[in-house]
Design a protein around this ligand. Structure first.
Ligand code: MN3
Length: 195
């Protein structure tokens, strides 16, 4: 199985000013692409096979090291591009809105916990909304780690590696996380994942 850099599901300038075309040029065209290229080299060496990307992540996790880091980062970034949208941001609708109310008490509580989770992830990593059975929770993962390997179902993700926000927000990670929720988050994708 070969990794393939997915096309962005929006025009590169469609998320500005919340996420600039410059950021996407580097983040998708350079960072994500580098994980794809390196991941394919290591996959060929390891001779790892899988029927789906999710299964490949689970197999690569057993191998660990650079193989997992590159395959994990490919999965996480592919999930991230779908977690943002030019039509996104603001209050959720549909089943995910009900699940957020049931799990966090309110959208405001969810938002506070998500931002705190992303700010509190020391160094590089990710903050996720993930499902454990019927319950939604905020999950932090470091580097290339993903909730998949913890038996959780990913619903949404925000990349909190500095390369995700430094050109647009410099060191202001809290502002990036608030902006992700207010302007970019793709609730439609969340509802698809929840179903
Ligand atoms: Mn990234």
């Amino acid at each position: 199985m070969k990794l393939e850099l997915p096309e962005l599901p929006f025009a590169k300038d469609a998320l500005a000013p919340h996420m600039s075309a410059d950021t996407l040029d580097f983040h998708h065209g350079k960072h994500h692409n580098a994980y794809v290229v390196k991941g394919n080299e290591l996959l060929e060496e390891a001779g790892l096979e899988a029927d789906s990307l999710e299964q490949l992540v689970m197999e690569a996790a057993k191998a660990g090291g650079g193989l997992f880091n590159n395959v994990g980062q490919h999965y996480n970034h592919s999930f991230f591009w779908n977690s943002i949208s030019p039509n996104g941001g603001g209050q959720p609708a549909g089943a995910v809105a009900d699940a957020i109310d049931a799990s966090f008490g309110s959208y405001e509580n969810f938002k506070a916990e998500f931002v705190t989770g992303g700010v509190g992830q020391f160094g590089s990593g990710w903050v996720w909304l993930a499902a454990e059975g019927e319950t939604l929770k905020i999950v932090q993962t470091a580097n290339a780690d993903t909730p998949l390997t913890e038996g959780l179902k990913p619903i949404l993700v925000c990349d909190v590696w500095e390369h995700a926000y430094y050109l647009d927000f410099q060191n202001r990670r809290p502002d990036f996380l608030s902006s992700f929720l207010d302007n970019l988050v793709n609730w439609e994708f969340a509802n698809q994942n929840l179903a």
